[in-house]
Design a protein around this ligand. Structure first.
Ligand SMILES: NC(=O)c1ccc[n+]([C@@H]2O[C@H](COP(=O)([O-])OP(=O)(O)OC[C@H]3O[C@@H](n4cnc5c(N)ncnc54)[C@H](O)[C@@H]3O)[C@@H](O)[C@H]2O)c1
Length: 446
C-alpha cells in the first residue's frame, strides 16, 4: 500500500521504516530540511537500536523515500499518518499547533481517490473530528471534493526498543467511524497482526481493538496515566521502606508475582520522565479540568514524581551535609537507556537543584558524551569518560540505568573520588558489589 508519514521523529521515522520493511511503499515528510537531508543520505537523525540498518535496507529495496514536499507525500499516499510532536504548553494543555499545521497542509493539497488520515500523534480527545474539520476547510477553499476519513491509531512504542515494539505489539488500537478506513488499516497492518515479523511467529495474532475515535484517543492517555501512576505508587512504597527499613526491591518482587499486579513498572527510583508520560498525564488532567472534574489520583501521581526526582538531593545532603562546593558526578543523562532523548529527563531537575545549592555537577552519558552535543544542558560539564567523571567527585549518582554501568570498574572509580559515595537512583547496581569495590552505597528504599 502507498503510505505517507508526516513527521519523522521517534514515532514517525520508526513507523515509516517498519512499514517499508514489511513491503509497503512509504514516503516520509518532514519540514526540517537538515533532518531530511540526513535521511536522504541514509543516516538516522535519532538514536534507536536497529533503526539505521532497517532504514538502509528499506531504502535499498526502493520502499522508502524522504522529502520536505508535503504535497508530494500527500498526493502519493493512500494512507497518511500524522506523527508530529504534541508537546505541553506551560499551562499543561497540549500544544496542537503542529498537528493543525499538518492538517491544514493536507487540506490544501489532498487529491485523488479515497484517503485515510491517521492520527498517530498523541492528541487530545476530540482531535479526530477536529482534524477532519480542518482538512474539509482546506478542501472547500480549493473547491476540491475528496472522499476521506480520519482514524485514531495511537502509538505505544517505547524509545530504546521501538523497532521491537512495532513488530511485537501487545495490541493495535484503531478508532474511526468509518468501516472502509478500518478495513484499509487492517490490510496495512496484516503482516504485523499475523506476526510475520515478530520474534515469536508462533504466537496468536496481535489483538486489535476497534473502537470510536474518542475512545481510541482516550486509550493512549489512560495507558500512560496508568503506567505513570504505577511507578509513582512503587516510589511512594520505597519512601516508606526507607523509613521502616524494608527493601522495596523485595516488595516489588513479592507483589509483582501477583498476576493481578504484574512485575513491570515496579522499579522504584527517581521517577518517570521523557517526552510522553509527563505531557500526557498533564494533558489528561487538563482535559478533565475542562469538563469540571478534579483528578485527585493523577494530581498525586504527578506530585509524587516531582518530589521523587529531588530525593537524590535529600540523600546527598544527608550524607555530605553541605553541598556548596561539593562535586557530584551523574552517571547518565537521558531519561532512560538506549535513547538520546533528553526531554523531561529527571537528571535535568537534579542538575538544577544541585546548582541551586552550590554544588558543581559533572556527568557522563554513553550517548550524550559521545555525540558532542550538549542537548541544551546548562550547569553541568559533560565528561567523555567515566574515569574523568569520577575524578575528584564527592559522590556519584546513577540517574539512568544504561547497561554499560553494570560492568564499570567501580574499584578504580572509587580510588579516583574524593569520597567514595554512590547513590543509585535506579536501584540498578548490586549493593554488595559496590561495597566490595569500596563504595558507601545508597539505593532508593532498599
Ligand atoms: N517518542 C515516543 O516514545 C512516543 C511514543 C508514543 C507516542 N508518541 C507521540 O507521537 C508523537 C510524535 O512524537 P515524537 O517523539 O516522534 O516527536 P518528535 O518531536 O521526535 O518528532 C516530530 C517530528 O515532526 C516534524 N514536524 C513538525 N512539524 C511538522 C510539519 N508541519 N510538517 C512535517 N514535519 C513536521 C519535526 O521536524 C520532527 O521531526 C507525539 O504526539 C508523541 O506524544 C511518542
Amino acid at each position: 500500500m502507498r503510505v505517507c508519514v508526516i513527521g519523522t521523529g521517534y514515532v514517525g521515522l520508526v513507523t515509516g521504516v517498519c512499514l517499508a520493511h514489511i513491503g509497503h511503499d512509504v514516503i516520509c515528510v518532514d519540514n526540517n530540511v537538515e533532518k531530511v537531508k540526513l535521511m536522504q543520505a541514509g543516516q538516522s537523525p535519532i538514536y534507536e537500536p536497529g533503526l539505521s540498518e532497517l532504514m538502509q535496507s528499506a531504502s535499498e529495496a526502493g520502499n522508502l523515500q524522504f522529502t520536505t514536499d508535503l504535497t508530494l507525500g500527500v498526493q502519493k499516499g493512500e494512507i497518511l499518518f500524522i506523527a508530529v510532536g504534541t508537546p505541553s504548553l506551560p499551562t499543561g494543555e497540549t500544544d496542537t499547533r503542529y498537528v493543525e499545521a499538518v492538517a491544514r497542509g493536507i487540506g490544501s493539497c489532498l487529491n485523488g481517490g479515497y484517503k485515510v488520515i491517521v492520527n498517530k500523534s498523541t492528541v487530545p480527545i476530540g482531535s479526530g473530528d477536529w482534524v477532519k474539520m480542518i482538512v474539509l476547510e482546506g478542501l472547500n477553499e480549493n473547491h476540491q471534493r475528496v472522499n476521506f476519513d480520519v482514524v485514531s491509531n495511537p502509538e505505544f512504542l517505547r524509545e530504546g526498543s521501538a523497532i521491537y515494539d512495532t513488530f511485537n505489539p501487545d495490541r493495535i488500537v484503531l478508532g474511526s467511524h468509518s468501516e472502509e478506513a478500518i478495513s484499509l488499516m487492517l490490510e496495512l497492518y496484516q503482516p504485523i497482526i499475523q506476526r510475520q515479523f515478530a520474534l515469536d511467529t508462533s504466537l496468536p495474532p496481535v489483538p486489535v481493538v476497534i473502537t470510536d475515535l474518542s475512545s481510541a484517543e482516550m486509550i493512549k492517555y489512560a495507558a500512560n496515566a496508568f503506567l505513570a501512576t504505577k511507578i509513582s505508587f512503587i516510589n511512594e512504597i520505597a519512601n516508606i521502606c526507607d523509613r521502616v527499613g524494608a527493601d522495596v526491591t523485595q516488595i516489588a518482587k513479592g507483589i509483582g508475582l501477583d498476576s493481578r499486579i504484574g512485575e513491570k513498572f515496579l522499579q522504584a527510583g527517581i521517577g518517570w520522565g521523557g517526552s510522553c508520560f509527563p505531557k500526557d498525564v498533564s494533558a489528561l488532567i487538563h482535559t478533565a479540568d475542562d469538563y469540571g472534574y478534579v483528578t485527585k489520583l493523577l494530581n498525586a501521581t504527578v506530585e509524587v514524581n516531582r518530589r521523587q526526582r529531588l530525593i537524590i538531593v535529600e540523600k546527598l545532603q544527608k550524607e555530605l551535609k553541605i553541598l556548596k562546593g561539593k562535586t557530584i558526578g551523574l552517571l547518565g543523562l537521558t531519561f532512560k537507556p538506549d535513547t538520546d532523548d533528553m526531554r523531561d529527563a529527571p537528571a535535568v531537575n537534579i542538575i538544577e537543584e544541585l546548582n541551586r545549592l552550590g554544588a558543581k555537577v559533572k556527568a557522563y552519558d554513553p550517548i550524550v558524551s559521545q555525540s558532542g552535543l550538549n542537548h541544551g544542558l546548562a550547569g553541568v560539564s559533560v565528561e567523555v569518560s567515566v574515569e574523568m567523571l569520577a575524578d575528584g567527585c564527592d559522590a556519584l549518582v546513577l540517574t539512568t540505568d544504561w547497561q554499560q554501568f553494570l560492568t564499570l570498574d567501580y574499584a578504580q572509580l572509587a580510588q579516583k573520588m574524593h569520597t567514595p559515595l554512590i547513590i543509585d537512583g535506579r536501584n540498578y547496581l548490586d549493593p554488595h558489589r559496590m561495597k566490595d569495590a569500596g563504595f558507601h552505597y545508597i539505593g532508593i528504599g532498599r
